[in-house]
Design a protein around this ligand. Structure first.
Ligand code: ATP
Length: 296
């Protein structure tokens, strides 16, 4: 297996003067289910399209499974991709989709595709245009996994699904990755979509990676500190404030610290993944609107 699934170094994509992704540096190890989270326009699709070779960088470098994205049939076979809104061919039946997949992918696993379609209860003769949004998403996922890729990339796969279809989709994805041990990168606006599925997270806002890493490691190095009102400069050595809010008497900080915080004047609490992601998202908002830093 390749040592690094995705490596980016100073990766940048610009459209004219508009920066879609800026100076992105990542090292994603294999076997992870990676959640790429960020608001609208953050650059998630841009990063994923660079990873599959649909876009080329303006500057910097990206390597996926040791190769250049989109560079020839061998590279394409290693990566399964489901674009945003799970595109399918409205006039083709489910069976036609699988036939098309078999014809265009050398490593196509027909047994896997048939088993998934049966498990989902999809009628093979049904036209894709007549499927529900959830069923279409499942068909697109089936097409991608039946390639037996080493890496599966899904761009907001559940964005248009209702909560039940969301849960079903995520369950199917988890079952597949547990069985086939492929690496996965999937994007979402919502941490709640990723919480139970991912073991690695990347937070992207305003074209920049704000934090990336194994969720266990991030959870073990971020804390909420509460105590008498103070400035970030008065935090214990090694604690970097990610977010802070103050009342007249009390200060609350979300901090990153590689060593345990031991300060009797502060209450130290563990964070949830959502707390952690929101802290990085609001830090980026506050950087654009400094008045928010003092108003809370
Ligand atoms: N073809 C294009 N031409 C010009 N600007 C573009 C183009 N594609 C994307 N952008 C801009 O690049 C930025 C990043 O867009 P991108 O689609 O990667 O974000 P995203 O995080 O996937 O957003 P969403 O969650 O809304 O899909 C946005 O400001 C967007 O307007």
């Amino acid at each position: 297996m390749t040592e690094v699934v995705l490596q980016a170094d100073g990766l940048t994509k610009r459209y004219g003067r508009r920066v879609a992704l800026a100076d992105c540096t990542l090292d994603i190890p294999p076997g992870r289910v990676v959640g790429l989270v960020g608001p609208n326009g953050a650059g998630k699709t841009t990063l994923l399209q660079l990873a599959v070779g649909m876009l080329t960088p303006t500057a910097g470098r990206i390597t996926v499974l040791g190769g250049r994205p989109g560079d020839g049939p061998a590279q394409l076979a290693k990566v399964g991709f489901v674009a945003q809104d799970a595109p399918t061919y409205a006039n083709l039946s489910v069976k036609d989709h699988l036939r098309f997949g078999a014809r265009t992918n050398p490593s196509w696993d027909q047994a896997l595709a048939d088993a998934r379609i049966a498990e989902l209860g999809l009628d093979p003769s049904q036209k894709a245009g007549r499927l529900s949004g959830g069923q279409r998403a499942q068909l697109a996922l089936t097409m991608a996994v039946a390639k037996r890729p080493e890496l599966l990339i899904l761009d907001e796969p559940v964005a248009s699904l209702d909560p039940i279809a969301r849960r079903e989709f995520m369950r199917g994805l988890m079952a597949h990755t547990a069985e086939h041990r492929s690496s996965v990168i999937l994007s979402s606006h919502l941490v709640s979509d990723l919480e139970r599925v991912c073991d690695y997270v990347i937070v992207l806002t305003d074209s920049r990676v704000r934090v990336a890493g194994d969720i266990d490691e991030l959870m073990g190095s971020h804390y909420r500190l509460t105590g008498a009102r103070r400035d970030a400069a008065d935090l214990p050595a090694g604690a970097e404030a990610i977010e802070h809010s103050h009342t007249e008497r009390q200060s609350t900080f979300i901090v990153r610290s590689l060593v345990p915080v031991e300060d009797p004047s502060l209450t130290v609490e563990q964070l949830t993944l959502e707390d952690l992601v929101l802290a990085y998202l609001s830090r980026s908002v506050a950087a654009h609107r400094p008045e928010l830093e003092t108003a809370r």
